[in-house]
Design a protein around this ligand. Structure first.
Ligand code: 5GP
Length: 218
């Protein structure tokens, strides 16, 4: 993927990165990503397409692009999805265009996607990917969070609980793992990962010239 660098202070610039947050439903990933976006206005959120129905309060084009199955299949067949996966019997995918445009403009992109999508991104652009997995502190707390969210039926909650163990087994494929016992702590930890990853030497462009300029006689 061709990436235009973001400006840092001085002549040193940086490649944009793909910042993935994954977790079982109810572990708090959506709240953490919302806070991250408030703090960092320069990050673009990747808005996925999905064939699932909107939950109360979800807005088309903001939380997801809600599309039907034939439209999803057309996008997948045309190569318009950077990755796609089936989760809980519904289809989800990342539209390619907005992500490539953001990265090409040197902007970081935040993804709220599952382990299947993360694997696909890793296959295509490992160097530009930072993958964070968020775990709940206990199974009981995970169920409590799913229930207090109260947007899904009992049947849907039971389905999501039974899937959570399988999803959580993918934690070793991630660069970082956060146990979300306290929301503010988890936000601070996520923020620290983003800050450190933005400073990774391999993402910096023009560093050699910059250091050489430091050695020139005044
Ligand atoms: P929910 O239906 O609760 O919004 O999302 C269910 C799961 O699908 C979550 O784990 C979420 O991260 C994942 N998901 C949402 N959008 C995408 C996507 O575009 N690609 C993939 N692979 N997973 C997604």
């Amino acid at each position: 993927m061709s990436v235009r660098p973001t400006s840092l202070a001085g002549p040193v610039r940086r490649r944009g990165l793909m910042f993935v947050l994954s977790s079982p439903s109810g572990a708090g990933k959506t709240s953490i990503s919302r806070r991250l976006l408030e703090r960092h206005q320069d990050i673009s959120l990747s808005v996925s397409v999905t064939t699932r129905a909107p939950r109360p309060g979800e807005v088309d084009g903001v939380h997801y692009h809600f599309i039907d199955r034939p439209a999803f299949e057309r996008m997948a067949a045309n190569g318009d999805l950077l990755e796609h996966a089936e989760v809980f019997g519904r289809h989800y995918g990342t539209p390619r265009g907005p992500v490539e445009a953001a990265l090409a403009g040197g902007r970081d992109v935040l993804f709220d996607i599952d382990w299947q999508g993360t694997q696909q991104l890793a296959e295509n652009a490992r160097d530009d990917l930072v993958a964070v997995f968020i775990l709940p502190p206990t199974a009981a707390e995970l169920e409590r969070r799913l229930r207090t969210r109260a947007q899904d039926s009992d049947e849907e909650i039971a389905r999501r609980m039974s899937k959570a163990a399988g999803e959580m087994s993918h934690w070793p494929e991630y660069d970082y793992v956060i146990v979300n016992a306290d929301f503010e702590t988890s936000v601070a930890q996520t923020d620290a990962i983003l800050t450190a990853e933005r400073l990774r030497r391999r993402r910096l462009i023009g560093l050699g010239d910059f250091v050489r300029s430091l050695s020139l006689p005044g």
